[in-house]
Structure formats: C-alpha cells, structure tokens
Ligand binder design. Structure first.
Ligand code: PRX
Length: 635
C-alpha cells in the first residue's frame, strides 16, 4: 500500500516545502494518487477567494472509508485499528482490528440505510467516547451521509440549535456517559432537545452504554443494538465526488450563533493523512494516542480519519485525565506503550499543578513525539511537558490549526524541526501563511514581524462554506483581508521565520481549549429577565488559559448578588452548557462606551486581567466615569 510522502529531515522539509509552493497542483496530485479512487479527478484545483470557491480534485470519485479500512485489509487486517481504553482503569481495553472495524462499520452502515438514511442526509451525534461513536461516524461516511458531531457536554438547547440548523434526520446518542466518577444522563438531554422541537428528526438511535432507565418515545426511539443485529458485514460504499460534503462541525465565531463548518471528502482525506504522517512521524506498528474528544475537530482529524487513513493504531480514551488520579494519562501511556501522545495545554497545566509525583514511577520510554494543540502553550507548561513527559529527549510538536483548516497548519515535524518554546514553528508543506498589518491591511514581509495571521493559497482540507450561509463564510474569513483566508488569530514571526501564535484578535475566547464566542455567552446571560446589558471578555487563567469574565448591568430594584449569579450560571448552562459558565460575574452600573455607543472591550479586558494601570487614555469615552466604577468593583 502506498502512503503519502513522509519527510525525513529539516533539509528535506525545506526542499519539499519549496516544491509545494512552486507547484502546488502537481505536489498535491502526486500525494493524492497514493489513495484509492473510483475515478480520477478532472482537475486538481479550482479556486478563488472572492466567492469563495475552492474545489480540490473535482470529478474525482472515492469513498473515504475504503481508504480508511478496506485498503488496509491485505497488509494489516489483523492489526489493531482502534484501541479503546475505558473510563475505569480496571476494565479491559477493547481492541478492534481493521477487519473487525470494517465489519462493524458495514453493519451499522446497513442499519442506517434500512432506517432511511442515504447520501447527503445529515446525522447528528451526541455521544461519549465509546467505540460505537467511531463506528457510526464511519458508517455515515460509508453510505454518504453527512455527520454532524455535537460535543456531548453541550446543553439540550445547543443540541437542538445544531440539529435544526443542519436539518438532521437522525440523532445517534448513548443512554448514559461515564466520565471519571460521574455518570451523565445523555439520552435525557436528547429527550429535552426533542422537547424543544427538532422537527426534522425521524429517528433517535440509542446506544446502550451503561444500561439503566431512560425515557422512551416509541415513535422515534430505536435501539442501536437492535438496528445493527443480524446486518450483513458487506456494505457497498457510496461513491462520492471529492467535493461532496463529508461532515459539518459547529464552531463559535465572534458574532451570532455557532456556524456549521463544512468539510468535503477528497481534500480532507488527503490532508489529514499527509499531516498526520509528517507531524507525528508515525511508523508502522506505533501506538498513537490523541486525548481529544471526537466532538471537536482534533478528534475528527486525528483520532479518526488521519490515523486510520495511514493504517495506524489509534487510541480512544473514554475517561478524564484526573480519574482515578492525576497519573491516569501516564499510566495509560505505560500500559499501551504509547509512541505518539497528543494533548492540550490546559490538560498539561492541570496535571502540572497536581505535582510531579503523579508522573514519577511511570515508564514513558515508548514516547517518540509529544504534541500540543488547541491554544497557545505557555513556556512553563512547555518546559514541564518537555522535561517530565518527554524526559528532555522527545520532540514536542506545538500544532496550530483550527476547525476551519481541517488539519494542522503550522507545526514541527516530529524530531525534524527546530524547537522553540511557545513557537508553533514553520508551516507544513502546501501551507502558505502570512502576516498582515492590522491598520493598512498589507502583507508584512521580512523577519521579525507581527500581524494578523492569514493564508494566501488554498490547501486541500480548508473549509468550503458555512452550512446554509455561504455569505457568512465570505464575511468571516475572506473579507477582512481581500484575497486571503483570515484566521482570526494574531501571530508573530521571529528572525528565523518561526511562527508564534499570540491568540485571537476577535471576540472569540479559548477556555480550556474550547472555543467560545463572547457574544454567545452574552446572549445567554441576557436571557435573564432582570439583566439589562452584558459584556463578556476573556482573562488569563492559570489552568484554563482563559477564564470567562462577565460584566452585567441589572435592572432597577434590589438584587441579591449571590442569588443572581447562580441564576445567571444556570441560564448559561441551559443555553450553551457547563463549559461556557462565567468564572467571574461583576455587577456594574454602566459599561464604558465609545461616542458611537460601542462597548470598549479593550478596557474591560484590561480590568479583568488586573491591568487597570495600563488603560491608556479613556477621556474620549462617552462615559469615562464608568471605568472608575468597574475598577472599584472588580472581583
Ligand atoms: O486561536 C487558535 C487556537 O485555537 C483556535 C482554533 O480553535 P478550534 O477551531 O476549536 O480548533 C482547536 C483545535 C485545532 C485557533 O484560532 N489554537 C489552536 N491551536 C493552537 C492555538 N493557539 C496557539 N497555539 C496552538 N497550537
């Protein structure tokens, strides 16, 4: 079986990078030919960033699951594809070989077809990290259905919003979810979402995970095990165009409701496989573990698709890093002799804070590459990760990317790239990032430099549109800097051209690696009947990276602060989910505004960060007195 190119040294990287920029089409066509296609493409690339209109390999026909599963049977049918490590350390791990995984995916694919799901239909997932989640996502891809996975920590309202936006026909969920010492009633949230109104849903397919009582509506509830029982292990793959939609994944922006980022089959397949092989320097037989949840893009691209496409053994972990204690990650690394380990800075910081005794004593000598993703990694966490986990010898890859980019964009390549703490490093082959001056919207050339992080040329796994709202895709990503993809991040380049991501420059915050729109949280808080106005900002938080700070103006009358705080938190949990609940709520009588009535968030961010001495000139505000007021009342 052929695999995409794997870079072998930094010199090799530089050579390949240059080729990929000089001749992107021939570069990517050569990589794409290593996969199985039913029919070759008519054209490698068609694009303009004004539309935007981006098509990779249009006319090419394929099914991504044949590339993830069928084509591995000959060489590694009996090798573990998915290694499942359950929540309870005493429970046995479950191993699914490539052959078994294909059988299970086929059975589920046939079951979904029998339930009326076909090409182009949307299927929503609201499920914990269990093998059936991976199986049914791949089953959707097998039959050409579009999966839309919703992280199982979102609220019923958030789930219903996403189901309705994509007009999903089916929800696949579990009865309960085990996470650490907690059992979470998953199906109950789905029932609540159905109660809120999800008119497009015909079936709720329920996987029995823990067993236990659940609500049941016979008009649409069906058991997963009954639907899949007796199904054939042959499931004809739907032949898809490279540009047919593979999945939708919702993510937060600076305004409005979360948007459904759309990824398509061919380019996403190529880029997730290529980037996985190169960043992690995966070798046959290695055991790879990404600790993300499949509810986020990291799980889609680097638990499922990327690793399976290259025939890797990929681990799926049901639990949490601190159960039964803060040594769990390292215990699991030792137990399964993990070779590549990929996690988020928030987890590293949380474990670092628990003390080194939870790491000591575990044999981590199998590790060859350790990775970080989701938010900027601070120097202290980087050093700890390198020293305590990597024993000062294992390379760290700090991978910068986004839901919209589909795959890793700026990162070291295993041990082949220079490393510098807090710097993601150099772009992957085929990726052409640049920095743009905020004021004059011109590219900043030379090094060192800083500016808005943009990308000048299309790459195979980039988003194609926002589900149902192409104009929003254009406005959000392709209008700020005409002719370029704008990431929403600020970055700088050092004298050697290495990139450091500084963080978001829009009203998006990153809480424990979870991306959140401040507007979303504000809208939720505004649902409180006595709240008049709200402004939400992020502030530096030792463990979470950023915490959520809400400034709230209440209507007239007496309010019991503690009671209202609790009510506000309850509303946010209900509207979005516990991950969005404010860490601090400060009641204020006014918000600082410009003369045109815009909230001065810069000032609110400074005050929340405890940097009120760096506010600069506030005299041009409409109400400068509001600033003194909020400084006095700071929590
Ligand atoms: O701000 C950047 C930050 O996370 C954002 C993307 O979030 P999301 O779409 O949820 O995807 C997260 C997982 C890929 C980016 O705009 N971010 C992600 N990785 C890094 C990062 N910031 C700094 N360094 C990173 N390695």
């Amino acid at each position: 079986m052929q695999l995409p190119l794997q870079i072998k040294s930094f010199d090799h990287y530089q050579e390949v990078y240059q080729q990929s920029v000089d001749n992107p089409e021939s570069f990517w066509a050569e990589q794409a030919r290593t996969f199985d296609w039913h029919q070759p493409w008519d054209k490698v690339l068609e694009w303009d960033f004004e539309g935007p209109n981006v098509k990779w390999f249009p006319g090419g026909k394929l099914n991504i699951t044949e590339n993830c599963l069928d084509r591995h049977l000959e060489e590694r049918g009996d090798q573990t594809a998915i290694l499942f490590e359950p929540n309870e350390p005493g429970d046995p791990a479950i191993s699914l070989t490539y052959r078994q995984l294909l059988d299970e995916v086929s059975k589920t694919g046939n079951a979904l077809r029998e339930l009326g799901i076909g090409k182009g239909d949307r299927v929503c997932f609201y499920m914990p990290m269990v093998p059936e989640l991976a199986i049914s996502i791949l089953a959707c891809a097998r039959i050409g259905a579009i999966h839309s996975v919703v992280f199982a920590g979102f609220s019923a309202q958030a789930l219903a919003d996403r189901v309705n936006d994509a007009e999903c026909k089916m929800i696949i969920c579990s009865d309960y979810n085990k996470r650490g010492a907690k059992t979470i009633p998953v199906k109950e949230v789905v029932d609540e979402a159905m109660g809120l109104g999800c008119p497009s849903i015909e079936t709720v397919l329920v996987h029995r995970n823990t067993g236990g009582d659940i609500g049941w509506d016979p008009s649409y509830d069906k058991w997963y095990h009954e639907a899949t029982e007796g199904q054939s292990t042959d499931c004809t793959p739907e032949v898809m165009d490279a540009e047919d939609v593979l999945f939708i994944l919702y993510t937060s922006g600076s305004t409005g409701k979360p948007k459904g980022v759309v990824h398509t089959c061919g380019g996403y397949m190529l880029y997730t496989a290529f980037s996985f092989l190169n960043v992690f320097q995966y070798q046959p037989g290695d055991v790879y573990w990404c600790t993300a949840d499949i509810g986020w893009i990291t799980g889609h691209s680097y638990i499922l698709y990327g690793p399976l496409l290259v025939g890797a053994t990929t681990m799926m972990f049901e639990g949490v890093p601190t159960y039964p204690d803060a040594g769990r990650f390292w215990e699991v690394c030792e137990k399964h002799k993990v070779n590549q380990f990929y996690t988020a800075p928030t987890a590293i910081r949380a474990l670092m804070a628990r003390g080194d005794e939870f790491v000591e004593g575990y044999d981590l000598s199998s590790l060859k590459v350790i990775g970080s993703v989701g938010e900027p990694i601070n120097q202290e966490a980087w050093e700890w990760y390198k020293e305590k986990i990597g024993k000062d010898t294992v390379p760290i890859v700090d991978t910068w990317w986004q839901t919209e980019t589909g795959g890793m964009m700026i990162s070291g390549l295993g041990g082949h790239s220079p490393q510098k703490p807090t710097f993601a490093g150099y772009p992957l082959p085929g990726i052409q990032p640049c920095l743009v001056d905020k004021e004059n919207i011109q590219e900043v050339e030379g090094n060192p430099a800083s500016g808005l992080l943009c990308v000048k040329f299309p790459w195979p796994s980039m988003l194609r549109t926002i589900w149902g709202d192409h104009q929003r895709c254009k406005n959000t990503y392709f209008s700020t800097v005409p002719g370029m993809y704008f990431t929403g991040d600020g970055a700088r380049r050092d004298e050697n051209g290495m990139y450091r991501i500084v963080g978001r420059v829009d009203d998006v915050i990153n809480v424990s690696g979870h991306r959140m729109g401040t507007a979303e949280v504000e809208n939720a808080i505004d649902e409180h009947p006595e709240v008049v106005e709200t402004a939400v900002v992020g502030y530096p938080h030792d463990i979470k990276g950023q915490g959520i700070y809400a400034y709230v103006i209440m209507g007239p009358g007496d309010h019991n602060g503690d009671e209202v705080r609790k009510e506000i938190i309850d509303i946010v949990r209900k509207e979005i989910g516990p991950i969005a609940k404010p860490d601090k709520i400060q009641f204020v009588s006014a918000l600082p505004k410009t003369r045109s009535g815009k909230i001065m968030r810069r000032i609110l961010r400074k005050v929340a960060a405890g940097e009120a001495d760096q506010l600069g000139d506030t005299s041009t505000l409409l109400n400068p007195e509001a600033v003194d007021d909020i400084i006095r009342g700071k929590r």
